[in-house]
Design a protein around this ligand. Structure first.
Ligand SMILES: O=C([O-])CC(=O)C(=O)O
Ligand SMILES: [Mg+2]
Length: 389
């Protein structure tokens, strides 16, 4: 029996909430949930891989149905197998999806492919009967480290949210075991943002840290004005000051901001990542890279991005992906990334950890569940099962 993909399903789900960053609000945000159903059985049931597209881009049902699903299902199943012939080769599935796609101008097809790639890797690790992070570590000759740094992202603008609500939110993250928290900036005048930052720093005290995220809102002049304000504080990082493709802005900002900076969540290919490294003035001794595989052609492409980083002398430990999903937790534990984002109160049930996993001293420990581990998160798995039933 040749291992094969027998169906690919997609449903677009709301992940909306009344929050706002400096660039968008999330009142209409959606995400694609996909199921890749195989003919392999484990414990008497077909192996199904699941994926979803993180947050910040919308559901990709049109692209998935019109192009990528068809290419996976129309490919000769034997052409998608790895050397053992017992499992699917994610790189071959990736190449099949990307046939007849021209290079460059990545648009949102990277999101559609990233979502399916997540589901394919989930299926591949389940067929191998291993947690994805262990499979990745084995394939890359590394020792898996199931203990992963996570930070709590939030601090959004929200109608009627005052400083005491912001402080309560951040206190709540510390009480749940986080020691780094993140808040939005750039959605209010700089003096108001300074007050918000000071309020949060007073709340979290000197033993915890704060990162700030401008979501690409600033032109160079504003980014510099903020840098001069922010450098008064011991921040964990200053994130996405300017447009994600404005490498000149990012490089110039380093002259004004000696502390750590972070960016990359809106770069969707290894070529874009390479341009950031070549031209964005990012400093491998202190800055952070946030490429999110779910938005950027998946893990097959992320592995190419990690190769680019290596070529330029960057360690994978400088990567802390955007998106707060279990896929990036697996990559972190398997391939030695610096950690992962987490949104304790947002984008549920998609983000987060398997049930019972606790944050302790800003770290979680990955349980040994086959695949990405979605089956361990009951609210998420209920949505997934409904799609594959
Ligand atoms: O507000 C968003 O779009 C999410 C974001 O930037 C982040 O988590 O870093
Ligand atoms: Mg961000």
């Amino acid at each position: 029996m040749t291992v094969r993909i027998v169906d690919v399903r997609e449903v677009t789900k709301p992940i909306s909430s009344p929050i706002r960053n400096a660039y968008i609000d999330f009142t209409k945000m959606t995400s694609s949930l996909v199921a890749v159903i195989t003919n392999v059985e484990r414990q008497g049931r077909p192996v199904v891989g699941y994926g979803f597209n993180s947050n910040g881009r919308y559901g990709q049902g049109g692209l998935i149905r019109e192009r990528f699903r068809a290419r996976l299902l129309e490919a000769d199943p034997a052409s998608l197998l790895d050397a053992t012939k017992d499992n699917i080769d994610p790189d071959k599935a990736w190449a099949a999806m990307m046939s007849n796609e021209k290079p460059g101008g990545h648009g949102e097809r990277s999101v559609a492919v990233g979502t399916l790639d997540m589901a394919i890797w989930d299926a591949v690790a389940k067929i191998a009967d291993k947690p994805l992070f262990r499979l990745l570590a084995e394939r890359h000759d590394r020792k898996a480290d199931p203990r992963v740094f996570v930070y709590a992202a939030g601090g959004y603008y929200y109608p009627g949210k005052d400083l005491s609500a912001l402080r309560r939110e951040m206190r709540g993250y510390l009480e749940r075991g986080y020691n780094v928290v993140k808040m939005k900036i750039g959605g209010a005048p700089v003096d108001e943002d300074r007050q918000r930052i000071e309020a949060v720093l007073a709340e979290i005290g000197p033993n915890n840290q704060l990162a700030v995220d401008a979501n690409g809102r600033f032109d160079l002049e504003t980014a510099i004005a903020y840098a001069k304000m922010l450098r008064d504080y011991p921040l964990f990082w200053y994130e996405e000051a300017g447009d994600p493709l404005d490498y000149h802005l990012q490089a110039t900002l380093a002259d004004y901001y000696p502390g750590p900076m972070a960016t990359g969540e809106n770069l969707f290919s290894h070529q874009d990542a390479r341009n950031l490294i070549r031209y964005g003035g990012m400093r491998p001794d202190r800055d952070w890279l946030q490429f999110d595989c779910a938005l950027s052609y998946g893990l097959c492409e992320y592995l190419r991005t990690l190769d680019v980083l290596k070529t330029y002398g960057w360690s994978p430990s400088r990567c802390i992906p955007h998106g707060g999903h279990q896929m990036s937790l697996n990559i972190a534990a398997g391939l030695g990334l610096g950690g992962n984002e987490s949104y304790p109160d947002l984008f549920q049930p998609y983000g987060g950890f398997p049930d019972g996993v606790k944050v302790i001293d800003g770290h979680i420990t990955m349980p040994d569940l086959p695949g990405i581990g979605f089956e361990g998160k009951s609210d998420l798995y209920a949505e997934m099962r409904a799609l594959s039933a």
